[in-house]
Write a protein that binds this ligand. Structure first.
Ligand code: HEM
Length: 215
């Protein structure tokens, strides 16, 4: 089927329903309602850590020889900031304090799985997390600063020091996506993978919420 929209717009439209669902479910919903705790947010961030580790290793490795993956991954990289935030949240003992949930491992495994056989699919994950972090992430940061009142040293994950203007950066990221083309099978794969990435995020948010509710 001919599709006149660019990949970035197709991604936005295709993931809109899951984006709404992500905002309205699990621990993310709790954060937005100012019901998060330091411990719960710590578990949430700890659950994202394996996925970012897998994604960033994969993007550096595959980006060296795959033209489709030539984006500014250095400016976007979050893993180091996650480790710093986790240390601050758990007084340097995060590996003991925060459990590794199976949903967190599954998310990371999906990324590792696609990186060799379909590296272009990594763009679906990068879009969901990084463009999300540059967008809604900034709202989340402000809320977490209010309730439970986390300090700036626990929220570095949301600070992109290599990016002066988030809107300009997002626009150029979207242009990069659009250059990949409108109707190629690769574009369809990237959209499919973004949907998978959103579902992993929803599963993870539900699992963190369940863990915190069960105590
Ligand atoms: C915590 C609640 C959330 C809020 C309040 C929120 C808010 C927003 C807002 C306001 C935008 C538009 C920003 C812009 O166009 O510059 C946006 C875009 C986006 N968000 Fe979220 N978001 C949330 C959760 C999430 C989650 C959990 C994910 C994925 C893990 C996500 C991924 C995205 C993506 C990929 C976009 C870009 C959409 C596009 O292509 O234009 N968001 N979000």
């Amino acid at each position: 089927m001919i599709n006149a929209l660019g990949l970035s717009e197709r991604l936005r439209q295709s993931t809109e329903a899951l984006h709404l669902q992500a905002e309205r479910s699990g621990y993310i919903r709790k954060i937005l309602r100012k019901q998060a705790s330091r411990e719960g947010y710590g578990l949430f961030l700890r659950s994202l850590e394996p996925a970012y580790a897998a994604l960033e290793q994969a993007l550096v490795k595959q980006g060296r020889h795959d033209d489709l993956l030539r984006f500014d991954w250095v400016a976007l990289a979050r893993h180091t900031t996650i480790l710093g935030d986790l240390s601050a949240l758990a007084n340097n003992d995060w590996l003991t304090v925060f459990a590794l949930l199976p949903e967190a491992e599954r998310y990371a495994k999906r990324i590792t799985h696609i990186q060799e056989e379909a590296p272009h699919r990594l763009l679906g994950h990068a879009y969901v997390r990084y463009i999300g972090d540059l967008s809604g992430g900034q709202i989340v940061k402000a809320i977490l600063g209010q309730a439970p009142g986390l300090s700036a040293g626990m929220l570095k994950f949301y600070d992109f020091e290599g990016i002066d203007d988030a809107d300009t950066f997002k626009a150029s990221f979207r242009e990069g996506l659009d250059r990949i083309g409108e109707n190629t099978a690769k574009s369809d794969d990237i959209i499919d993978e973004a949907l998978i990435a959103f579902q992993h995020n929803i599963d993870l948010s539900l699992a963190v919420d369940a863990q915190m509710t069960s105590g």
